[in-house]
Design a binder for this molecule. Structure first.
Ligand code: UD1
Length: 323
C-alpha cells in the first residue's frame, strides 16, 4: 500500500516508517523536523519537509493516491501543555483538522492516529480498558481526546476509517539498531535515565516515593516502540479489510515502577546512575496499567519486545555511543 506518515522523522514515527517499509509498503514521510531528525529518515522512503499548519503544502503532499495516512505529528509534553495550551491547540488540534481535510481532499480512506493513555485521566479502576471514562487531566490529553471525536465524525459523515491507538508509555529503540536519533531535552523517564547513564545529565530525579505502590514510586505500563510500530501496520490491515474504525489501548499489561527501571538500568549499563527522590510531579497518578485484550482480539497484536530488559538494552545501545 501507499502510506503517508506525518511526523515520520520523530521517535515513534521513524519506527512506524521502518515497520511499513519492512512490510514492503511504499512510504512518504512528511515532517517539519521541529523534533524529528534527518538521522531518522530512510533512503527507501520519500521525504517532504513541510508543516501541517501549511494547508497548501500538506494537501499537495497528501495527493497522489495514498491508501492511508499515519498521523504522529504532535507536541506531547504533558507539563508544557498546561502552561502553553495555545501551542497545543494550534499544532495538535488545528494541525489535525488540516490533516483530516487534506485526507478527504486526497481521497485517503484510512487514518491511523497516535492517541494516548492521557485521554483517561485519573484511573477509576485498573487495568484501564477502552470503556474506562475519559476525563483527561492535562491539556495534552484533552487534545488527543478531541481528535478522537473529530475522527468519529469524519468516519460517520465521510466514510473515513480510523484507528485511534492509545499508547501507554512508549520506550525502547529498534531492536535491529536501525534508528539512532535521540530526543532533545527529554522529559520521559527512560530517556532521562539513559542520559544520566551516559553522562549527559548528572542524575535522575525520582518524582515521589510515597505513592500507594509496592516501592512507593510511580508505576507505568511501558510498551516498546517497535511493538507500537507493529500495531500501526496491524491497525491499517484492520481498518482497510473490515471497512471499520477502531479505538484500542496499546500497553504491555505489566506495571513497572520508577525504581525498578533505575535498578535494571544500573545492571544493564554497568553505570551508577545517581537517583534522588524529589517531590511528586503535579498531575502524576501513582499507577497506570492497560489491558490490551481488545488489541489482542481484534488486531491479533501482543507486545513482543516490551519486557524491561529489552526496553533498557535497546535504549542503551543508542545512548552508550553518546558517552
Ligand atoms: C505521560 C502521559 C502519557 C503520554 C506521555 C508522553 C499521563 C498520565 N501520561 O506519561 O499518556 O503519552 O506522557 O510524554 O498524562 N518520572 C520520574 N522522573 C523523571 C521522569 C519521570 O520519576 O525524570 C516518573 C513519573 O513520575 C512517572 C514515570 O516516571 O511515574 C513515567 O513518567 P513519564 O515517562 O514522564 O511518562 P508519563 O507521565 O507516565
Amino acid at each position: 500500500m501507499n502510506i503517508l506518515i506525518i511526523g515520520g522523522a520523530g521517535y515513534i514515527g521513524s519506527h512506524v516508517a521502518r515497520e511499513f517499509l519492512d512490510r514492503g509498503h511504499s512510504v512518504r514521510v512528511f515532517d517539519n523536523l521541529s523534533s524529528g531528525l534527518r538521522l531518522n529518515l530512510f533512503p527507501e522512503a520519500e521525504f517532504i519537509h513541510g508543516d501541517i499548519l501549511d494547508y497548501t503544502g500538506l494537501s499537495r503532499a497528501s495527493a497522489g493516491g495514498f491508501d492511508a495516512v499515519v498521523h504522529l505529528a504532535a507536541f506531547k509534553a504533558v507539563g508544557e501543555s498546561m502552561i502553553k495550551p495555545e501551542k497545543y491547540s494550534v499544532n495538535n488540534i488545528n494541525g489535525t483538522i488540516n490533516i483530516l481535510n487534506a485526507a478527504v481532499e486526497g481521497g485517503i480512506k484510512n487514518i491511523i492516529f497516535s492517541s494516548s493513555a492521557a485521554v483517561f485521566g485519573r484511573p477509576e479502576y485498573l487495568p484501564l480498558d477502552e470503556t474506562h471514562p475519559t476525563n483527561p487531566e492535562s491539556y495534552y490529553g484533552f487534545t488527543k481526546l478531541e481528535i478522537e471525536r473529530f475522527l468519529g465524525w469524519y468516519d460517520k459523515l465521510l466514510g473515513i476509517r480510523f484507528a485511534a491507538l492509545r499508547y501507554f508509555n512508549a520506550a525502547g529503540y529498534d531492536v535491529k539498531g536501525r534508528i539512532k536519533g535521540l530526543e532533545s531535552n527529554p522529559t520521559n523517564l527512560i530517556p532521562v535515565i539513559m542520559e544520566a547513564a551516559s553522562g549527559m545529565r548528572k542524575e535522575v530525579e525520582v518524582f515521589g516515593n510515597d505513592y500507594d505502590t509496592p516501592d512507593g514510586t510511580g508505576v507505568r505500563d511501558y510498551v516498546h516502540v517497535s511493538d507500537l510500530a507493529i500495531a500501526h501496520a496491524m491497525a491499517l490491515d484492520y481498518t482497510s479489510k473490515n471497512d471499520k474504525s477502531i479505538t484500542v489501548n496499546l500497553g504491555s499489561e505489566t506495571g513497572i515502577s520508577v525504581l525498578e527501571i533505575v535498578e535494571a538500568a544500573r545492571r544493564i549499563t554497568g553505570k551508577p546512575i545517581p537517583a534522588t527522590i524529589v517531590g511528586r510531579r503535579a498531575g502524576d497518578p501513582g499507577k497506570l496499567t492497560a489491558t490490551s485484550k481488545k488489541a489482542r482480539e481484534l488486531l491479533n497484536w501482543t507486545a513482543k519486545y516490551s519486557d524491561l530488559d529489552t526496553l533498557i538494552k535497546t535504549s542503551w545501545d543508542v545512548y552508550k555511543n553518546q558517552q
